[in-house]
Design a protein around this ligand. Structure first.
Ligand SMILES: [Zn+2]
Length: 740
């Protein structure tokens, strides 16, 4: 290509480091020990180095029965540069000297863990030890009955899957004392780079003597027997549980660092709005993190892996995140020895990589039963290795941020958090994917200027529980020229899930809460309205002009406009009978009842939907709702996207900058098994035209397609380059090289 002489001048918004403050939610749960800021990484540490992880989760009879040299050869062939290997906890795979630390009955005089650690080190790999803390054997229960978790009826809990094991209490002496000494012993013997614990944070509520006493000391209350977050004891429990778990995390980290200052404790933790441990604190504590979403099950779109990546990145910044994927079928029936469809593995991993995860395969049982997954992982990893410099992302160029809120899920959603909090986010996520809009996710406790300056538009999918300080941060974002799209009960509750008199963001929405929430509503609509002054339709309803009316959401907040005369592009047609058919016609509309509030002030634009359009979209998947959500984001954002892709099919798109290049990932989700895997075959999509905006001051040296390897037809237009891609299988990456 012939672009090297051109200089393009564009503004790139920097991703600056900083630590968020300003949340009214008391920081008792989140008193951070370390406060390493987002995006700051120490180059002398090992955590950023590994790009491809290999995990062998041993089963008890692996020692002496598995082929060590096969695995070391495989790790070498696939260019794995780090390994996570089972060491101890439930079962020790090394000659432990700690009383009650159960050794594998197959271990004999061997050191299975030590042997494979040595082999991996010879390959130049980083090695972390895996422990599992959730279960123990009968002798532990006999010696220390108080180490066992207790159910609400006072019974010690046997393991539901295997009755020879007992479930341990996460916050009693089993973890605090026994597992601490296990971690110290592993570190002393092997000086590994870190310790990663599976199932360390408890298996549901525990009513043991230690938990009862600790909780009483913390709150003056008895442990709750309800999951209602408005119950005072339950609310305190949510805070206490996190406080103690983060204490445990810090304890293990401290004890490990006393022995090996270059190592860390890395918990298996994290996730989206429904995950229990505060992601902001995790982002501060963890030098690196591993997103444990091994595959999809039930009705789940393949973009769920990318969503997981974005949720982790929201608080981890540019710290390395491993994306743990299983080669087996992930299902409630838990076929741990199964092997998944090759195409399904490929698509799942590709979507994670596109959104910034470093691949990490996990294999339970080191004895190979079904070998079909081996070439699949080999192909993915070899491609990854060959293109590594284009996968060491420095920042994402997404200009749209989808906010998620654990406090909304915990204190407002409670037992209905999936429906009230996660489903609206899933609806918006799907709508943004369909609209081919590149976007990131944003944690609601990181809304200060430095964290969100990258974004032009923030989306609040029913982020109901927001503190006064968070509302102020959102208003400040808009005052700086940012745009907001919000739905339903956003800001109607405080950070503890207590309903306010009015929206915390009423002035931003131009709407006040008028006292009721309606739904679920049958047969309600939104009429499409022209602006009476200009006689034109608003861009929010572009493509819907001929509809006259479209279906409404199924739940809505009753609102009063702050300005009586404001034009609204959508009017609510209230629910009317759906039977008998003779009665199915709407009543005369007497009241001005906006179905959406749109406001412009300077550069910023605000769209507020009183209805749960996003949640309804996830339930019904109506095309008009997709259009409405898409139009809202496009109108609010009001600038060309960093990358725009024209063509047919469903694509997940991300845009990244590396040291001296940028990339646009295109993951082809077009498949009959998109909403429920596993996929059978890849259906390639044809003729995609990619427009990429070139960042400020960069000179383009050339562009390539990293998957097909095809030379690209590339031409420059103003501040963009255009690339036509004839066909995309699972994944394509457009890589644009910059001249120095
Ligand atoms: Zn307990």
């Amino acid at each position: 290509m012939d672009d090297s002489r051109r200089t393009f001048i564009k503004q790139v918004v920097g991703f600056t480091a900083g630590c968020a403050t300003g949340n009214d939610l008391r920081d008792i749960a989140y008193a951070a020990g370390s406060s390493k800021a987002l995006a700051e990484t120490d180059k002398s540490e090992w955590y950023q180095r590994p790009m491809r992880w290999a995990q062998l989760a041993f089963v008890e009879d692996d020692p002496g029965n598995y082929d060590l040299s096969f695995w070391l050869d495989y790790f070498r062939r696939i260019h794995a540069d780090a390994a996570c290997l089972s060491a101890g906890g439930v079962v020790a795979f090394y000659p432990t000297e700690i009383p009650l630390h159960y050794r594998s009955r197959w271990l004999g005089k061997m050191d299975t863990f030590g042997d494979i650690v040595g082999g991996c080190r010879k390959l130049g790999m980083n090695v972390i030890a895996r422990t599992d803390a959730h279960a123990c054997h009968q002798d532990v229960r006999d010696a220390h009955p108080d180490w066992i978790a207790v159910d609400e009826y006072g019974n010690k809990r046997r393991h539901p899957s295997d009755s020879q094991y007992w479930i341990t209490c996460a916050l009693g002496p089993y973890n605090l004392t026994f597992m601490t000494s296990v971690h110290q012993e592993i570190m002393q013997k092997y000086m590994v780079d870190g310790i990663f614990t599976n199932r360390w944070s408890g298996s549901g509520m525990c009513y043991c003597e230690h938990c009862t006493e600790s909780f009483h000391e913390f709150s003056g209350l008895d442990l709750p027997r309800t999951d209602d977050p408005q119950n005072p004891a339950r609310r305190q429990y949510i805070v206490w549980n996190q406080t103690r778990l983060f204490d445990l995390w810090r304890l293990w980290n401290e004890k490990i660092k006393e022995i090996n200052p270059k190592a860390s404790y890395i918990a298996n933790a994290g996730g989206g709005s429904l995950s229990p441990l505060d992601m902001k604190t995790i982002g501060e504590l963890a030098p690196t993190l591993f997103a444990d979403r091994q595959g999809r099950s039930g009705l789940m779109a393949p973009w769920a892996n990318g969503k997981n990546a974005k949720e982790y990145r929201a608080t981890m910044g540019q710290k390395a995140i491993g994306g743990i994927f299983s080669v087996g079928i992930e299902d409630k029936y838990r076929w741990k020895d199964s092997v998944q469809s090759a195409n399904e593995i490929h698509l799942w991993v590709a979507d994670g990589m596109a959104q910034g995860l470093r691949p990490w395969f996990t294999k339970f049982n080191a004895k190979l039963i079904d070998r079909r997954w081996l070439p699949v992982v080999e192909e993915i990893y070899n491609w990854h290795h060959a293109n590594e410099s284009y996968l060491r992302n420095e920042r994402s160029l997404a200009r749209v941020g989808l906010v998620y809120s654990q406090q909304t899920a915990a204190f407002y959603g409670g037992r209905r958090a999936q429906a009230l909090v996660e489903d609206p986010a899933l609806g918006f996520y799907q709508a943004l994917i369909e609209a081919r809009i590149p976007f990131d996710m944003v944690h609601d406790r990181l809304l200060d200027h430095d964290q969100i300056s990258q974004f032009r538009t923030l989306i609040f999918p029913n982020i109901a529980a927001l503190s006064t300080a968070q509302c102020q941060q959102i208003r400040a974002f808009v005052e700086r020229g940012g745009s907001v799209v919000a739905t339903y009960e956003t800001s109607l509750y405080d950070e503890w899930g207590v309903r306010r008199e009015d929206f915390g963001l009423a002035s931003l929405f131009g709407a006040s809460f008028s006292g009721t929430v309606q739904g679920p509503m049958l047969n309600s609509y939104l009429s499409i309205e022209k602006n009476p002054v200009s006689g034109t339709y608003h861009p929010l309803v572009a493509g819907l002009e001929d509809a006259t009316r479209i279906i409404n959401a199924t739940n809505q907040v009753a609102t009063t406009p702050q300005s009586r005369n404001a034009y609204t592009p959508l009017q609510i047609i209230p629910s009317y009978p759906d039977l008998p058919m003779e009665a199915v016609f709407p009543p005369q509309i007497k009241e001005h009842n906006p179905g959406v509030f749109v406001r412009e002030s300077g550069k910023s634009r605000v769209v507020y939907f009183p209805g749960d359009v996003d949640r309804t979209f996830w339930e019904v998947l109506d095309v008009d709702h997709a259009k409405l959500l898409q139009n809202a984001v496009l109108w609010a954002t009001n600038e060309p996207a960093p990358a725009k892709v024209e063509g047919q099919g469903l694509l997940d798109i991300s845009v990244w900058v590396q040291k001296s290049s940028m990339t646009v990932h295109l993951v082809n989700l077009t498949n009959p098994m998109m909403m429920k895997g596993p996929i059978r075959e890849i259906i390639p999509i044809a003729n995609q035209r990619v427009r990429i905006r070139i960042p400020d001051g960069q000179r383009v040296k050339g562009a390539r397609l990293l998957v097909s390897g095809r030379p690209t037809m590339c031409r420059a237009e103003a501040d963009e380059i255009l690339i036509d891609i004839p066909s995309i299988g699972v994944h394509e990456v457009v890589a644009v090289d910059f001249s120095a």
